[in-house]
Design a protein around this ligand. Structure first.
Ligand SMILES: O=C(O)C1=C[C@@H](OP(=O)(O)O)[C@@H](O)[C@H](O)C1
Ligand SMILES: C=C(OP(=O)(O)O)C(=O)O
Length: 429
């Protein structure tokens, strides 16, 4: 297996222009494909997850043209995919698999959806149950509750509220919200159980609004899509920089004194992961924010340990687990059970790999408690479990003045193909 050795460094400073947000890119592609009119998308993320969505839409008959390095023109289909029989391979992209499942359940065709082996271990039963209860015809091709799926033509009845569980992944609710306007009827969704990862629902509602649909939200329980809702292209959509990808550089600024500036997200961001900076501030770093940039620096010395509910920032919270190695005591990251059903079991993977660099780690069902070592272990070989965030997170250990080996570094391609080039340009002995 390929591996990458990152040399020992102590400082991080400079400016990084962020790649586009994965969450905004894949939502925008789907909504632009379903809309009336053409949409020009600027700063679209170029990565494995967005490539899976682009490939799928093309197979479904959507006309897509690349008009610049990160610029695409999408010709809207007015809610009707031209191709009615297709097999789609969606890799490990949750933001493609879940929303396309719901949209295709309403598209009156025969579709097979599959992914990599790990995608076939990631749950989708809550979404399928909700859609089938409303009349959809979705079957499991292997294990009940999991991809791959076969979707047959069916008509959904939305006269009664659709009830969906919210405590495994918010992507099920996102998928229903984005797809139900295709019925043209009023649709109500009731969330059962505590909704996790709430800020991702805000991204969904924000983008639906940009495409002309205003969802009525009552607390985090009930969502109503008005009758006659239709997606209309706003003309141009600018994709913000990815706030989760920003977390690695912002953390580098906190560990390696900075200043590190990320460009592409700022105080007006629609992404919940910008709230990662609140944790950085609590740990003692200095944060400045403009409309489209965030800057972090810190004074030499240890960061303050943290005890935090991380449910609202599940992806950036992984970066906090690495920051805990540089803190003055034991840190606890709480309410992160969803880590177990992502690219890998991230609670187990993070605990195992943090121990390799010398930390003492307690792995709970839904929390991690991390006590940093007196000295980090040099030359630890970090397994990344085909999880882009494991690879990006552990690069930060090099800032503790120890070399570190990252196995299978190319797994970062899921959301950030040139991450290691950007990281290496920012860090200094
Ligand atoms: O809707 C989205 O864009 C996402 C929602 C989150 O998933 P969960 O809702 O499963 O926590 C997040 O972890 C994922 O990277 C992207
Ligand atoms: C959980 C993630 O991805 P997905 O969109 O596939 O759920 C992630 O990017 O951390």
């Amino acid at each position: 297996m390929e591996s990458l050795t990152l040399p020992a460094v102590r400082h991080a400073y400079g400016t990084v222009k962020l790649p586009g947000s994965k969450s905004i890119s894949n939502r925008t592609l789907l909504l632009a494909a379903l809309a009336q009119g053409d949409t020009e998308i600027h700063e679209l993320l170029a990565s494995d997850d967005t490539q899976r969505m682009l490939d799928a839409l093309r197979i479904l008959g959507v006309k897509l043209e690349q008009t610049g390095l990160h610029q695409w023109q999408v010709h809207g289909t007015c809610g009707e995919f031209p191709v009615k029989q297709a097999a789609l391979f969606l890799g490990n992209a949750g933001t493609a698999f879940r929303p396309l499942t719901a949209a295709l359940a309403l598209s009156h065709g025969n579709y097979e959806l599959s992914g990599i082996a790990r995608m076939h271990e990631r749950p989708i039963g809550d979404l399928v149950d909700t859609l089938n209860a409303a009349g959809a015809a979705i079957e499991y091709l292997q294990n009940p509750g999991f991809p791959p799926l076969h979707i047959r033509p069916a008509t959904l009845n939305t006269s009664e509220a659709l009830r969906v569980r919210g405590d495994v992944s918010s992507q099920f609710l996102t998928a229903l919200l984005m797809a139900l306007p295709l019925t043209g009827e009023e649709a109500r969704i009731e969330v059962i159980g505590e909704l996790i990862s709430k800020p991702y629902i805000d991204i969904t509602l924000n983008l639906m609004r940009q495409f002309g649909i205003e969802v009525l939200r009552e607390h985090w329980r009930t969502f109503t899509i008005p009758a006659g809702s239709r997606y209309k292209s706003p003309g141009i959509v600018h994709v913000e920089g990815d706030a989760s990808s920003a977390s690695y550089f912002l953390a580098a600024g906190a560990i390696g004194q900075g200043p590190v500036t990320v460009e592409g997200v700022g105080r007006n961001s629609i992404q919940g992961d910008v709230r990662f900076v609140e944790a950085l501030e609590r740990m003692g770093a200095d944060v400045n924010t403009g409309d489209h940039w965030i800057k972090v620096h810190s004074t030499p010395g240890k960061l303050k340990a943290l005890d935090m509910d991380c449910n609202h920032i599940p992806d950036a919270a992984m970066t906090l687990a690495i920051l805990a190695l540089f803190a003055d005591g034991t840190s606890t990251l709480r309410n992160i059970a969803s880590w177990r059903v992502k690219e890998t079991d991230r609670l187990a993977a993070m605990a195992t790999e943090l121990r390799k660099v010398g930390a003492v780690v307690e792995e709970g069902n839904d929390y991690l408690r991390i006590t940093p070592p007196d000295a980090l272990t040099p030359n630890a070989c970090i397994d990344t479990y085909d999880d882009h965030r494991m690879a990006m997170c552990f690069s930060l250990v090099a800032l503790g003045g120890v070399p570190i080996v990252i196995n299978d570094p190319n797994c970062v391609a899921k959301t950030f193909p040139d991450y290691f080039e950007r990281f290496s340009a920012l860090v200094h002995a």
